[in-house]
Design a protein around this ligand. Structure first.
Ligand code: FPP
Length: 251
């Protein structure tokens, strides 16, 4: 085989002075809101509310830490299996987050991007999301990617279907399909691959998150529950990343 893995090409590389560069793209599975609430005998929604606060702090810190892309797993395509009341609470918190925070994020230069089938959410939420996307589209600071109704397998199925359609129309030769074709059809097209994937709450699973994009990601599982995660813990995660030796399959 010829070319080196595409993921290595765009990945974090040493800085100009030879010092290891920080991760360009950090993705987070924000887990543990329910357990945080349970420990305090509070309803689960209280944990999610604290979770939104943690997300707000981490987005701010990401900009200060020079992270180019921060992806947060806010609602998976499997989260619909939760009780309707909890789903409604999560949607309410998302609505509130957009209404309360998007202007400050926009002023800070954050560009919002959403991955996942967010158009299946309620029409008012879709309108709010579209407004927030438009409001921040020209920003050049940190890209905040929020995964909403997202599942990596669905994303790959959709990408495959679109490539197959192009082949069927005679626009694409199946033999010519390579990683770049698949990437161009993913919801994350144009973004660098994930350098660092963090999951909170001590669970060690990927839960159908960015399966393609994490091909060469460093994985970091931390015990802290998501509501207790903050900018300091994100900075610690970057320190941990800086000590990793990334070989991308080489020596
Ligand atoms: C997992 O906790 C968390 C989620 C299902 C995602 C919810 C995320 C937030 C409320 C943060 C929102 C972020 C934005 C950008 C608005 P869990 O309920 O699975 O916890 P448990 O495993 O302890 O029950």
């Amino acid at each position: 085989m010829s070319a080196p893995p595409h993921a290595a090409a765009d990945a974090a590389t040493p800085g100009a002075g030879g010092e290891p560069a920080g991760p360009r793209h950090v993705a987070i599975i924000m887990d543990g809101n329910g357990r945080w609430a349970k420990k305090r005998r509070l309803p689960r929604v209280a944990g999610h509310r604290k979770g939104v606060e943690a997300a707000r702090n981490v987005v701010r810190a990401a900009g200060d830490l020079g992270i180019e892309v921060l992806t947060l797993y806010a609602f998976s395509s499997e989260n619909w299996r939760r009780p309707a009341e909890e789903v409604a609470d999560l949607m309410g918190l998302l609505r509130h987050f957009i209404l309360a925070d998007i202007e400050e994020l926009a002023q800070a230069g954050v560009r919002l991007r959403v991955i996942g089938e967010y158009r299946a959410l309620s029409p008012d939420l879709v309108r709010l999301i579209d407004g927030a996307l438009a409001r921040t589209a020209d920003n050049r600071g940190t890209t905040l990617v929020v995964a909403l109704n997202y599942g990596a397998q669905n994303e790959l199925v959709e990408a495959t279907r679109r490539l197959a359609e192009r082949c069927a129309r005679g626009e694409l030769d199946p033999a010519a399909i390579g990683p770049a074709h698949i990437e161009s059809e993913l919801a994350t097209h144009g973004l660098p691959p994930v350098d660092l994937l963090i999951r909170t709450s001590g669970e060690h699973r990927l839960s159908n998150f960015l399966l393609w994009q994490c091909a060469y990601a460093e994985l970091l599982f931390v015990d802290a529950l998501w509501p207790d995660f903050d900018g300091d813990r994100l900075a610690q995660a970057l320190d941990d990343f800086a000590r990793r030796e990334r070989r991308f399959g080489g020596l």
